[in-house]
Structures are given as C-alpha cells and as structure tokens.
Design a protein around this ligand. Structure first.
Ligand code: SAM
Length: 235
C-alpha cells in the first residue's frame, strides 16, 4: 500500500510563506503567533507550524472556541492540552534539525505531536491514557499526519525498540530525569527537554548527551500535570 506523505515545512518554503503571509491562516491563529513572537519565540519553523496547525481541532466543545487563548485547556481524564506558549517554548528549546527522530512523552490531545510532525520530524509518541491516545490518533489521521508512530503505556520507560532518539520531549512534570529516557538519547548530541520539580511546579531543563556524558541547563519555571509511571510519580 502506498502511504500518503504529509507536506512539511522544511520541504515547501513557498507554501510556508504563502500560508503565513497570503491570508490562508485564520486571524486568531495569526494573532496568537504574533503574541508568541512578542514573548520571545524566535524559531520561525516553530511559529510557522503553529500558524498552520488548527489548535481548535484538538479540543472538544465547549473548549474549541477558546483554542487561540494562550492557556492550557481540559482534554478529559483530568489532563490538559498545554498552553501554546509552553508548546512553542519546549519545541524551540529542543534545537531541532529537519528530519530528526523525536520521542514525545505525553501525547495528550496530539497537538504538540502535530507541531513536531508539521516541522518535518519523525515523531514517536506515548500516552498513558488509552482514551486520550485513541482520540489523538483520530485527530492526527484526519489532519493528514499519517507518519506519527504512537502507543499507549508508561512513557517514563521510553521506547527502546526505536532508540536512540535525537530528541526527547516530556510534556508532564517529572520528579527527576528518568534514567531510561537518558539512556535512549542519541550519544551524538541528543537533547531532552523536561520539566523537573514538584507535583505543582517545575523547572524546565535542557539535557544534552555527548558520548556517555549528560549536561543539564536550567531554563524557566512552568506548571505541568504530573508524569506518572515507574520512573515518574506513583499514581
Ligand atoms: N502534549 C500534550 C498536548 O499537546 O495536548 C499535552 C500533554 S498533558 C500536559 C501531559 C500528558 O502526559 C497527559 O495526557 C498525561 O496523561 C500524560 N502522561 C503522564 N504521565 C505519563 C507517562 N508516564 N507516560 C505517558 N504519558 C504520560
């Protein structure tokens, strides 16, 4: 069977520029992108992806009408879709290169997954709530993101069958950096962006791997739902 290939940003600069400047983007989304830019998001590939992915499609009524507020919103199972600024911040912090292999922990609504896929990344994503994963898969399929690989389960253990990853993005707050995830980072410049701290607030870290050496840079403060699992918080 021939799989349809989704268009991604790096491959089609004309489409990107037309989409951004030629009036194809909704006013609300354009305004949100300008707000993100004003708050310090400078990676144009991140901004373009956020201009192109319809966030309202990742929300159920009645929240879809609030898709372009810069806020986290409920998605069921006591979980949230991250605030657009947080999505942009985490994505930008990963210092991604076109075509890299990324593991996302915490698929949630699938919105962050879609942003990474739109940027041309090869995305693997894990969600512990089966119902959320199934809803996210449907949304991603319906928007043409056919190449995302996903599974339900405990993401703190990573996905050894597909390791190593060029980058790992954790979208829930961890008590510490899970050892399994650190092991599954590429030894040649692998990066992980992960919020670490208490159950209510965390510090974002950029962890880098060179050979067997890990270094961690402290970024800004955030508040995420907890990362629950064998190498995270217990239920
Ligand atoms: N990236 C998501 C989006 O764009 O909608 C936001 C995700 S939400 C802030 C965090 C998600 O992490 C929740 O859906 C939660 O169920 C999930 N989660 C928490 N612990 C997990 C684990 N050990 N493995 C996989 N997913 C986990």
């Amino acid at each position: 069977m021939r799989l349809k290939r989704e268009k991604h940003l790096t491959g089609n600069p004309l489409l990107n520029s037309q989409a951004l400047h030629g009036g194809l983007i909704s006013e609300d989304r354009r305004r949100l992108v300008e707000e993100l830019r004003a708050r310090g998001i400078q990676d144009e590939r991140v901004l373009e992806a956020m201009a192109l992915v319809p966030r309202e499609r990742f929300l159920d009524r009645p929240f879809a009408t609030r898709a372009y507020e810069d806020s986290a919103l409920p998605i069921g199972e006591g979980q949230t879709i991250s605030q657009p600024y947080t999505v942009a911040y985490q994505t930008q912090s990963l210092e991604l290169k076109a075509g890299e292999k990324i593991l996302e922990i915490g698929t949630g609504s699938g919105y962050q997954t879609a942003i990474l896929a739109k940027m041309g990344m090869r995305v693997f994503t894990i969600e512990r709530h089966v119902a959320l994963l199934e809803a996210a898969r449907k949304r991603l399929e319906s928007l043409g993101f056919h190449r995302v690989i996903s599974r339900a389960g405990d993401g703190t253990r990573g996905w050894p069958e597909y390791a190593p990853f060029d980058a790992i993005l954790v979208t829930a707050g961890a008590p510490d950096v899970p050892e399994s995830l650190a092991k599954q980072l590429s030894a040649e410049g692998g990066r992980m962006v992960i919020p670490v701290g208490g159950q209510r607030s965390q510090k974002m870290y950029l962890v880098k791997k060179k050979g067997e050496e890990l270094s961690a840079k402290e970024l800004a403060d955030f508040a995420f739902v907890p990362l629950i699992g064998k190498e995270g918080w217990s239920v």
